[in-house]
Write a protein that binds this ligand. Structure first.
Ligand SMILES: [Zn+2]
Length: 274
């Protein structure tokens, strides 16, 4: 249980939320320009990310297929440098100045998933490789996941999750006094693992943003963005036991593919074959 601080006890929850938002304010999502609510300090998320990433790697079996591991690292690096280039061109380089990119392939054929934590800590599960099929398919997935991270969708989800679970009064104290709950929400907010206790699926608007930004990043990295359409078709056909990140509920599969098709002409302007 989280103790209410006596100093802020007299404030109503609504006033407290307003105050928090005033202090920490909004972040602007690159490319789409949407204002998103990011209550948690990025520095805090970054240090959690480093710890949680280490823990996940320690508990997982890493792939020892050199060709597949190399592919994940190569595609990841190309998208990372496209991302850095993109932020530099927009004069927003400071947004990712603390990123220390890392790309790992986790051996688990049952998990068709991938995620990126703040700071550029990426994991891909071997279960998604039959669906990505090649480096370009993998670029769709990694571009999408890296886009969730740079758009700070995890912070937005975590802010919402903490508010819902702990209430406004508990929020400010949560990171220091309730590390267990915070860690659980952190893992859920970044889609880590297939069996988390708290499910915080990305919202429809976040998914569309990640698709949109991901197309631009993959194109800038030299991967044909048109390949996103057949990739999502293959993903939809797979059905069955999908982890939260790739649940088909938002957006509906047909809508998603239509939306992606509509964004391809924009992405093609960034596409240079490498
Ligand atoms: Zn997503």
């Amino acid at each position: 249980m989280i103790m209410k601080s006596p100093k802020i006890g007299y404030l109503s929850n609504a006033a407290l939320i307003a105050l928090l938002l005033l202090i920490v304010g909004c972040a602007t999502v690159p490319v789409t320009g949407r204002k998103s609510l990011n209550i948690l300090p990025d520095s805090e998320l970054l240090s959690m990310s480093l710890q949680e990433y280490k823990d996940v790697l320690k508990k997982s079996k890493l792939s020892n297929d050199p060709a597949e591991v190399q592919m994940v690292k190569r595609v990841g690096k190309r998208i990372a440098s496209a991302t850095e280039q993109f932020f530099t061109e927009k004069g927003m380089k400071s947004e990712i100045k603390n990123y220390k990119w890392e790309f790992n392939l986790i051996e688990d054929d049952k998990v068709a998933n991938a995620w990126c934590m703040p700071g550029g800590k990426v994991a891909v599960y071997t279960g998604i490789l039959p669906i990505t099929q090649d480096a370009t398919g993998l670029a769709v997935v990694m571009g999408h996941e890296i886009s969730h991270a740079i758009a700070k969708h995890g912070n937005e989800r975590m802010s919402q999750g903490l508010l819902a679970q702990l209430g406004a009064a508990g929020l400010s104290a949560a990171l220091s006094t309730n590390p267990g709950a915070t860690s659980q929400i952190f893992m859920a907010a970044y889609g880590v693992g297939a069996n988390v206790g708290v499910l915080l699926p990305y919202s429809r608007i976040q998914e569309s943003e990640a698709d949109h930004i991901g197309l631009i990043l993959m194109a800038k990295a030299g991967y044909d963005p048109r390949e996103a359409v057949p990739f999502w078709k293959r993903m939809n056909e797979k059905g069955g036991n999908r982890p939260p990140e790739f649940l088909s509920t938002h957006p509906a599969p047909e809508t998603r593919i239509k939306d992606i098709e509509a964004k391809i002409p924009e992405a093609m302007k960034y596409y240079k074959r490498k």
